[in-house]
Design a protein around this ligand. Structure first.
Ligand SMILES: NC(=O)C1=CN([C@@H]2O[C@H](COP(=O)(O)OP(=O)(O)OC[C@H]3O[C@@H](n4cnc5c(N)ncnc54)[C@H](OP(=O)(O)O)[C@@H]3O)[C@@H](O)[C@H]2O)C=CC1
Ligand SMILES: CC(=O)N[C@@H](CCC(=O)OP(=O)(O)O)C(=O)O
Length: 346
């Protein structure tokens, strides 16, 4: 049986990537493609890379247009999903790529997003402990932010095994597509090419509470996160460098064997997470267009810190790939259906 899928935000970066993946997914038929200012245009005019769907026309976004589908992907600006989702029936699987339903704490939502909290849905990161059970049969899914995907998968095994203290420092570089297609002049090519700059420094980035939420759940104790995102002059990719102090029982000299055993066991059965061989480091170029997360770990004996590095494609595993993977889990389909494990290189 093929399932009918609608995509809202089809003219945006996340929507385009969702469609790229769904176009080769054997279990779905692509139905309505909805947009906002691009309504009336063909998909080929705004997403010329999507050849097989180029002749399809974009319609206005409304619950009426999206209704009647088995699955609806929402790839809209923050705050746009709640009202729309309420109008879609419980028999529709709604997968929201925005932030609206990710956080559990309404106070943290208000502090970072400034509006009333819309609610909390099952979290679309299947590799997180317990997530698959919550996703199976779910009719609503909140896809994680791209930085939280990269950081959570870099650090979770270390927290779950209590290898590190619950105080984490993260510096992560993102490609400019993370800011969406309608980002301001600070993302002009002439501003970003040949330059890197941090933003949201000092705990101000809205992904900080999501990182705290995820790592605290995995650790079973409150975790603090000092998070510094950085804009990198590339279209796609996130490289997250995360570190935390080793707990006293972990040997700083020779401790790497113990750490690697923990990470190997945690990711042995995860098709989309690859712990790299010793000495090889994650790179955004190697995961481009794939749903793969590359992870590497190191022990810094002098600083007594564990350093965990991950690389993802922010639009694939960081958004659309995570969304399709979660759809597969929710529907009881093979989890990797329609998802590329291999990247595009060079
Ligand atoms: N880019 C990324 O790496 C990631 C993005 N996300 C999330 O995905 C969502 C979409 O992001 P992204 O694709 O980057 O953003 P874009 O700005 O590239 O696209 C936004 C889309 O939403 C549509 N839209 C804008 N305003 C409205 C509205 N009022 N009603 C209906 N549709 C509207 C736009 O239509 P039109 O162009 O026709 O006006 C466009 O299709 C965001 O919530 C983002 O947080 C999540 C993880 C990573
Ligand atoms: C480079 C850049 O601007 N990145 C975005 C994060 C993109 C993302 O995945 O987050 P959401 O799904 O929460 O929008 C940012 O820092 O806000």
């Amino acid at each position: 049986m093929t399932l009918r899928v609608a995509v809202a935000g089809a003219s945006g970066y996340a929507g385009g990537e969702i469609l790229r993946l769904l176009a080769s997914h054997p279990g779905v038929d692509i139905g309505v493609l909805a947009a906002h200012s691009s309504a009336g245009l063909t998909l080929g005019q705004v997403q010329p890379q999507l050849t097989s769907l180029a002749g399809r026309t974009l319609t206005e976004t409304s619950a009426a247009a999206l209704g009647g589908h088995d699955i609806v992907f929402l790839a809209l600006p923050h705050g746009q999903s709640g009202a729309l989702a309420r109008e879609l029936g419980d028999d529709t699987l709604v997968i929201d790529c925005g932030a609206d339903f990710r956080l559990r704490d309404p106070v943290e939502w208000k502090r970072f997003y400034g509006t009333e909290h819309a609610g909390t849905w099952p979290y679309g990161l299947p590799e997180m402990p317990g997530a698959r059970d919550e996703l199976k049969g779910a009719n609503r899914v909140a896809v994680p932010g791209c930085y939280p995907t990269a950081v959570t998968l870099a650090l979770s095994p270390a927290h779950a095994a209590r290898l590190v203290e619950p105080e984490v420092v993260v510096v992560a570089a993102s490609g400019t597509s993370g800011a969406g297609r309608r980002a301001g002049p600070h993302l002009l090519g002439s501003e970003v090419m040949g330059s890197m700059t941090p933003y949201g420094v000092g705990g101000g980035h809205r992904h900080t509470p999501e990182l705290v939420q995820n790592l605290s759940l995995v650790a079973g104790e409150p975790v603090t996160v000092s998070f510094t995102p950085t804009l990198a002059p590339m279209p796609r990719g996130i490289l997250a460098t995360c570190s935390a102090r080793l707990r006293p029982h972990v040997a700083a000299d020779g401790g790497l064997d113990e750490v690697r055993e923990v990470f190997e066991a945690a990711y042995a059965d995860e098709p989309f997470v690859r712990l790299l061989p010793r000495g090889q480091w994650p790179s955004t170029g190697a995961v481009l267009g794939s749903n793969t997360v590359q992870v590497q770990v190191a022990v810094d004996p002098a600083a007594r810190r564990l350093v965990c590095v991950s690389a993802i494609d922010n639009l694939t595993k960081g958004t659309a790939g995570g969304a399709v993977q979660s759809m597969n889990v929710a529907l009881g389909l093979p989890e990797g259906l329609g998802l590329p494990m291999n990247g595009v290189a060079p």
